[in-house]
Design a protein around this ligand. Structure first.
Ligand code: XMP
Ligand code: MG
Length: 176
């Protein structure tokens, strides 16, 4: 399938994604032990994953959405993340961050201290996808849907230059 100017091939079908999310949800539920999570979903990429994961969870919970804006060249890491949209207090709450993908890890490594400053009781990270080979900073999720190779993916909420977020399946960049 061509998206804009690049060729992608199917990598994970919507059925495979749904099946994995259902088992992830079970795993999360079984580990909750009475905890009432406050989910923080990172937009835009996580919107579909968040909707599907939260509906697979049969629990009482809160959910907020944030957008991250990064500015280059203003810190040692080259990135400062500012949070847009977290009006809700997370003081003493069990925060579960929902990400679409962990690539270099830089986004989350910058975001987490900001969350920590707001004194939550705990922080848990859930990411649908992870590219372990791409990591530049040591950050790992507590729950990962799929580990994938270090190649660009699109669909199921993730975009290539603004396109492809609405695709039900996940596609990977075709080489050559
Ligand atoms: P880092 O490198 O900070 O990346 O862990 C996290 C953010 O980068 C975007 N990203 C991707 N988006 N296909 C996408 O559509 C990809 O393969 C990909 N890899 C990284 C994404 O926004 C993620 O939140
Ligand atoms: Mg994203």
């Amino acid at each position: 399938m061509i998206i804009k100017d690049k060729e992608f091939e199917i990598y994970l079908s919507k059925e495979e994604i749904a099946e994995r999310i259902s088992s992830l949800a079970n795993e999360i539920e079984n580990n909750l032990d009475g905890i009432k999570p406050t989910f923080i979903s990172i937009l835009n990429g996580s919107y579909i994953f968040t909707a599907d994961l939260l509906r697979a969870l049969d629990i009482e919970c809160e959910v907020s959405f944030v957008k991250l804006a990064s500015y280059k060249g203003t810190s040692s890491t080259g990135n400062v993340i500012s949070i847009i949209g977290l009006e809700q207090s997370i003081h003493n709450k069990d925060v579960f961050i929902i990400e679409d993908i962990i690539d270099t890890g830089v986004t989350l490594a910058n975001f987490i201290p900001d969350i920590q400053q707001r004194n939550p009781k705990s922080i848990t990270i859930i990411s649908l996808l992870s590219k372990p080979e791409a990591r530049k900073v040591p950050i790992e999720a507590n729950y990962v849907g799929f580990e994938i190779p270090n190649k660009f993916v699109v669909g199921y909420g993730l975009d290539y230059d603004g396109l492809g977020r609405n695709l039900s399946d996940l596609y990977i960049l075709k080489e050559g």
